[in-house]
Design a protein around this ligand. Structure first.
Ligand code: SPQ
Length: 428
């Protein structure tokens, strides 16, 4: 696909679609609760549809009237064996969290996905879930999908120290712990997104967090709710950066989720001297608000430590931001980027270098020197939605030559209307 290039003065308002992490969990919590759950502003992107279709295969009735999704919850006990293996497409969140849910179901389920999913590590969830009594194995006894989960109605509680900072691993264990008889404790390496914990409380359950230790007792019974999904800050991030680096721009993002476990990018923008203002909307249950950014003179920074999980999915677009900042930006402690939809350290370094950036991959991050001007070329998303969207924002700065993006269709994994929303913004 030929990307839009040579843009100045991007202006307007974008309402980004619903949060991917919360949309997945709304279907999961709706299914394992009793009674009806209504989901408003559900993200109808490929990843979340994978979760929705997985629960249909597990015997849950789910309707979509085009506006509201209604999930007729069956409780953990009401899930039924799927007639065939479940395709979860490109979605790491689906395969890992559903493993935790199925750890308590006394039947066998196989889940598989695309070429990227076939390379995502699963030991991180398989080891603790086995310790709780479930049986899980990957392809040819490896840790890689397809994976088969055979749960047990006799799950044991666990005391587990997470070896990686991962909301997916934490959530898988929490879903299993909700079904185990007794109290489990989970110690995080660093605090990660807490949507699972928030939604347990919203659905009438109990869970407590003290520092990095989460305590949850089982078995618990949850009750269906209405979930209003806020806009996804990880999708908004592409327009935040576009507004900051395209000369003469001013963009407002409406209804963006502002859960503090997700807002690391806002702090980095402020640290780099970006012009950003936030108006919180106190009328909604989920913390959300309006964010406005303007073209800014930026300076390099260091991004490391406990902020990393709070912006992990934004690092590719933050790397582009850093190419337009004066001086050096160092990203450290981000080795988790290597096990996302693609190796995002290498993908970002290769593709931005191909467009003229000065960027060096390291074992746990990137070193970027700015400010650089970008030129045309042929680049690839590697089938990774966030790499594809980052490259389109990079292309906006290209004044000489075309930018051809291979595998552009990947953006539909999280943001099917991304190119349309960009096209709606006024340009000078
Ligand atoms: O679902 P998937 O494929 O893992 O998606 C990604 C993404 O960029 O959209 C990661 F590649 O988001 C993860 C995120 O990185 C979504 C997520 C969640 O909803 O719990 C948690 C993070 O993953 P992890 O492994 O750090 O827990």
């Amino acid at each position: 696909m030929k990307l839009k290039t040579t843009v100045t003065g991007l202006k307007g308002i974008v309402e980004v679609p619903g949060d991917k992490s919360i949309s997945h969990r709304s279907i999961m919590f709706g299914s394992i609760s009793y009674g009806e759950t209504k989901v408003k502003n559900f993200l109808r992107a490929e990843d979340c549809m994978s979760t929705l279709n997985a629960f249909k295969k597990l015997g849950v009735s789910i309707e979509d009237d085009g506006e509201i999704i209604t999930v007729h919850g069956v409780g953990f006990e009401g899930l039924k064996p799927a007639e065939e293996a479940i395709d979860i497409g490109n979605s790491g969140t689906s395969i890992r969290l559903i493993s935790g849910i199925l750890a308590g179901a006394a039947f066998e389920t196989t889940m598989y996905g695309d070429d990227s999913i076939a390379k995502r590590p699963m030991n991180r969830v398989m080891l603790p879930l086995r310790e709780m009594g479930a049986s899980l194995h990957g392809k040819n006894d490896s840790e890689f999908p397809p994976i088969t989960v055979k749960g047990t109605e006799n799950l044991q509680p666990i005391h587990y120290k997470l070896p990686v900072a991962s909301a997916q691993v934490k959530s898988a264990i929490i879903f299993a712990a909700l079904q185990a008889k007794g109290t489990s404790t989970i110690e995080e390496k660093e605090a990660t997104r807490n949507h699972t914990e928030d939604m347990i409380r919203q659905f009438g359950g109990e869970i407590s967090t003290e520092g990095k230790v989460i305590t949850v007792s089982g078995p618990q019974t949850l009750t269906g709710q209405t979930v209003v999904v806020p806009g996804d800050i990880s999708s908004a991030a592409f327009f935040l950066v576009a507004g900051l680096i395209v000369p003469e721009s001013k963009i407002t993002l409406k209804n963006v989720g502002l859960n503090p476990t997700r807002t690391g990018i806002i702090e980095v923008i402020q640290q780099m001297g970006g012009k950003i203002s936030i108006k919180e909307d106190n009328r909604t249950d989920n913390k959300a608000g309006e964010i406005t950014v303007q073209y800014s003179q930026l300076k390099g920074t260091v991004i490391e430590g406990d902020i990393i999980p709070r912006l992990i999915d934004e690092l590719p677009i933050i790397a582009l931001l850093a190419t337009q900042a004066e001086g050096e930006t160092i990203i450290r402690d981000a080795e988790e980027l290597k096990v996302k939809e693609t190796n995002r350290i290498d993908a970002v370094a290769n593709e931005l270098t191909a467009l003229g950036a000065d960027i060096t991959p390291t074992a746990d991050g990137l070193i970027i020197h700015g400010k650089t001007s970008l030129h045309g070329g042929t680049v690839t998303s590697y089938g990774d939605h966030r790499i594809g969207m980052m490259l389109q924002i990079a292309a906006l700065l290209v004044e000489e030559g075309d930018v051809e993006l291979e595998r552009a269709e990947a953006v539909s994994v999280s943001y099917p209307t991304f190119f349309d929303d960009l096209a709606k913004l006024e340009v000078k």
